[in-house]
Design a protein around this ligand. Structure first.
Ligand code: GAR
Length: 187
């Protein structure tokens, strides 16, 4: 199997990046993590790139120079698939057009519910019965593309934001690899 050269975008802890790196060591897993992009110099997740010898770049907040740097590096590392795993920045329409149906995003809610930020506090405020995560293709609408995998859990009376995050991330570690396998199943 020829693995797809994949770039993972992060902004923080990178636990999903780590999970993908470990999965990608399996010969049958369809992707190889060839590049990591972070918009935060202090993102802990960069340590996983360092530990596993994966090239990484930082991007700043200047939209034009940032996009240029990303596109140049995507070319340089022959990236054919992009995974947004905790990337807390909106990517440009130009990038989306260049990688149509080749960018996926992981979101900590049962989309279309709770698009955007602060999902857990809004879920509690709304007295939701279920939480979960969604992996979807990225289009120009925020958290709006076609769903690939969605997983849910029941919210208990005592659950707080921290517990919701933990329950969500446990599902994310299954959902993201599952979505990637599903996308490349017939290729
Ligand atoms: C994940 O829970 C992901 O769903 C969320 O950020 C976390 C990153 O965790 N993404 C978003 O909120 C995107 N809007 P990680 O850095 O430990 O992988």
């Amino acid at each position: 199997m020829v693995k797809k050269n994949t770039c993972v975008f992060i902004s923080g802890k990178g636990s999903n990046l780590k999970n993908l790196i470990l999965h990608s060591r399996d010969n049958n897993f369809p992707i190889k993590i060839s590049l990591v992009v972070s918009n935060k110099k202090k993102a802990d997740g960069i340590n996983y790139a360092k530990k596993y010898n994966i090239p990484y770049i930082f991007v700043d907040n200047n939209r034009n120079s940032c996009e240029k740097k990303i596109l140049l590096n995507l070319k340089k590392f022959k990236i054919s698939f992009i995974c947004l795993a905790g990337y807390m920045k909106i990517i440009s329409g130009y990038l989306i057009k260049n990688y149509e149906k080749k960018i996926i995003n992981l979101h900590p809610s049962l989309l279309p519910k709770f698009k955007g930020l602060n999902t857990f506090s809004r879920m509690l405020k709304n007295k939701e019965k279920k939480g979960g995560c969604t992996v979807h293709f990225v289009n120009e609408k925020l958290d709006g593309g076609i769903k690939i995998v969605q997983k849910s859990f029941f919210i208990m009376d005592n659950d707080n934001e921290l517990i919701l995050k933990k329950k969500t991330q446990e599902l994310e570690y299954k959902a993201l690899p599952e979505a990637i396998i599903k996308i490349f199943r017939n290729t």
